[in-house]
Design a protein around this ligand. Structure first.
Ligand SMILES: NC(=O)c1ccc[n+]([C@@H]2O[C@H](COP(=O)([O-])OP(=O)(O)OC[C@H]3O[C@@H](n4cnc5c(N)ncnc54)[C@H](OP(=O)(O)O)[C@@H]3O)[C@@H](O)[C@H]2O)c1
Length: 259
């Protein structure tokens, strides 16, 4: 029987790396994507020797527009059928909106929104033809609320959750599922990459392996919105969805401030 192939973006660290480990441990093959090729090659070696799987490495910068089509063309040319598309790559930029570099926002929107949307669009076509496949978009609890001091990042995640929920409904009568994985604060390289180490919320982190285990299970089950962790589930169900929007925006600001 053919092993399921997962294409995972942002597999060079954090949640993406752990997702790759979970998939390999379940007997699947992989295509792993990120900019840091050395990291990807290290992971390839580790997974191939521990699990006997096949891992293809693609060093790509997803903020570069042509990269997404290049990834798709690569898998097509190698005859690799992608069964699970995991759009995980993403980053933030903490601080007052007007003080950040515009190019950084532009890159963030390219990676968090445009690349995720384009890869989904590209891979949905063959999935639809086969009437099978799973897509997991790594969103965030941040997608449920505005995020003062992290405004663009929170807004990109609102987009990711919304797109995923809409596509899940569009595909309801097919064998293709779409999952938005919504972790809370997680101890990865994310804080450092987005200058967010000092944010209060970063004191309440979980580990990327827990997020990956949970997210992978949710994707296999075809859950549409998967909020990781009891406290996050409570915050979303009881806090964010029932509290006045102004109040939740203030709480969100409190968590994004230094503390
Ligand atoms: N950590 C958290 O608190 C948290 C909470 C909720 C959601 N999330 C989401 O979880 C996902 C994974 O983040 P993480 O926490 O695991 O952070 P991380 O350790 O910083 O991992 C981010 C990954 O994205 C890749 N990436 C960033 N920019 C890229 C680009 N231009 N092209 C290709 N790949 C790029 C990075 O690889 P290279 O640098 O090698 O390119 C890295 O593999 C993100 O979507 C993030 O928004 C994180």
């Amino acid at each position: 029987m053919k092993k399921p192939v997962a294409l995972i973006t942002g597999a060079s660290s954090g949640i993406g790396r752990e997702l790759a480990k979970v998939h390999a441990s379940k007997g699947g093959d992989l295509v792993i994507v990120a900019r840091r090729e050395e990291r990807l090659n290290e992971l390839k070696e580790e997974l191939e020797s521990n699990h006997g799987c096949h891992v293809a490495v693609l060093a790509k910068d997803l903020s570069v527009r042509k990269s997404r089509k290049e990834i798709f063309d690569y898998t097509e040319s190698k005859g690799i059928e992608v069964d699970y598309l995991i759009n995980n790559a993403g980053f933030g930029a903490l601080g007052p909106y007007h003080e950040q570099d515009w190019q950084r926002y532009q890159n963030m929107i390219e990676v968090n929104i445009t690349a995720l949307s384009e890869l989904t669009w590209l891979y949905l076509k063959p999935m639809t033809k086969r009437n099978s496949g799973k897509i997991m978009n790594v969103s965030s609890v941040a997608g449920f609320t505005p995020g003062p001091r992290h405004a663009v990042y929170f807004a990109t995640k609102a987009y990711v959750t919304s797109l995923s929920e809409a596509l899940a409904e569009e595909l309801r009568n097919t064998d293709i599922t779409v999952t938005a994985l919504c972790p809370g604060f997680t101890d990865t390289e994310f804080a450092e990459a987005g200058n967010a180490q000092a944010a209060r919320g970063m004191k309440f982190t979980t580990t990327p392996d827990k997020v990956a285990e949970y997210g992978y299970r949710a994707m296999i089950k075809g859950k549409t919105v998967a909020v990781e962790g009891i406290i996050n589930k409570f915050l979303v169900a009881v806090g964010i969805r029932t509290m006045p929007r102004k109040l939740i925006t203030k709480v969100s600001r409190f968590l994004m401030e230094k503390g």
